[in-house]
Ligand binder design. Structure first.
Ligand code: HMG
Ligand code: MG
Length: 302
């Protein structure tokens, strides 16, 4: 056991969380969510994605959202860019980091970004080069790292391959993503070990959707490996439009509650985080999809 003493959380709620919402969420609400997250102590926020508005209409206001944020020093604002067109649009709003997103499954790559894994890497190559030349950090995501909605179980060798391809084109950090939340701890550990063949422990993160309620267990096994970077979503928002049935990322509130309970520092104020999750849940007219937030809100009320 080599538990980290601190963990960095990227709140992906404004992007991964809201991309799947059918009803439009106004840019002002997205901006307010980002403001509340940064006030709660989040130091990295995945704000939006520069993808085709025909594919993901909810993210069509990407530039408006990025330009509307009152930036807080020390906070990194990241955006998804699938190709040069997305990167060129994104760069105008000065992201600190861009995310290129590949998949460990061919079928998911086709459904999500309309190309093969190999073609996606060729699209990410100039994006990565252009970003690094401008001093913008480049993170990669490996979707379907343990399971795919179209292909079923995914072997760790696939994750190893995609990690190697991303490393070869200069991607600095890689997120191992359980897109549909089917992973269980030992499978997730094997996927992580595959990514760690090409990336240092500091440059690998966990991105776990919580569809089957496994995300905290998956986070815990990664903590035991020494992995200290995680993507989570306030109020457990979200899902991917191209992974039907998959629910949101593990709630930031639940992960922060677990980490603080283990004596691991996050720099996040859990009460303010719960308020941020409550804000967006109220707007969406639902309860936060977080056990910790529900328990603590009940405690406040009672
Ligand atoms: P395509 O149709 O193959 O693209 O889409 P194309 O190059 O053939 O262009 C077709 C049209 O799209 C053209 O417009 C382009 O200009 C336009 P037209 O001439 O027909 O009017 N276009 C764009 N417009 C805006 N921004 C762009 C862009 N690129 C082309 N960047 C594309 C390819 C990747 C764009 C498309 O498949 C797409 O947008 N997919 C959406 C993917 C997505 O956002 N998925 C959800 C995020 S990933 C995720 O959630 C997983 C993650 O959380 C990790 C995990 O959990 O696994 C990260
Ligand atoms: Mg995701």
């Amino acid at each position: 056991m080599q538990l980290p003493s601190k963990v960095k959380i990227v709140d992906v709620g404004p992007r991964d969380g809201l991309q799947n919402e059918k009803a439009p969420v106004p840019a002002a609400v997205k901006i307010e969510l980002v403001h509340r997250l940064q006030d709660a102590g989040l130091t990295e926020i995945e704000v939006t994605s520069f993808v085709s508005p025909k594919w993901v209409p909810q993210m069509a206001d990407n530039a408006e959202v990025m330009m509307g944020i009152k930036r807080k020093p020390g906070v990194r604002y990241s955006v998804l860019t699938p190709n040069m067109k997305g990167f060129e649009a994104a760069v105008l709003s000065k992201p600190d980091e861009i995310v290129v997103f590949a998949a460990a499954s061919e079928a998911f790559s086709q459904r999500n970004i309309n190309c093969s894994i190999e073609e996606s890497i060729e699209r990410f190559r100039p994006v990565t080069e252009a970003a690094l030349a401008k001093g913008i950090r480049v993170r990669g995501a490996i979707s379907c790292a343990v399971g795919c909605p179209y292909e079923g179980e995914v072997a760790p060798e696939r994750v190893e391959m995609v990690a190697r391809l991303l490393k070869d084109i200069g991607v600095q950090h890689v997120g191992v993503a359980d897109t549909i939340g089917v992973g269980t701890p030992l499978k997730v550990r094997r996927a992580m070990e595959a990514a760690l063949q090409h990336y240092d422990i500091d440059d690998v993160s966990g991105h776990f959707h919580d569809t089957y309620g496994q995300a905290l267990g998956n986070t815990l096994i990664c903590l035991e490996m020494g992995i200290w970077n995680y993507d989570t979503s306030s109020a457990g928002l979200g899902g991917c439009p191209y992974a039907k049935g998959a629910t949101g990322n593990v709630a930031t509130e639940d992960v922060v509650y677990m980490l603080h309970g283990m004596g691991i520092d996050t720099g996040i104020d859990l009460d303010k985080l719960i308020d941020a999750g409550k804000f967006i849940s109220d707007f969406l007219e639902r309860k936060p999809n977080s056990r910790a937030a529900t328990a603590l809100l009940n405690k406040r009320a009672g």
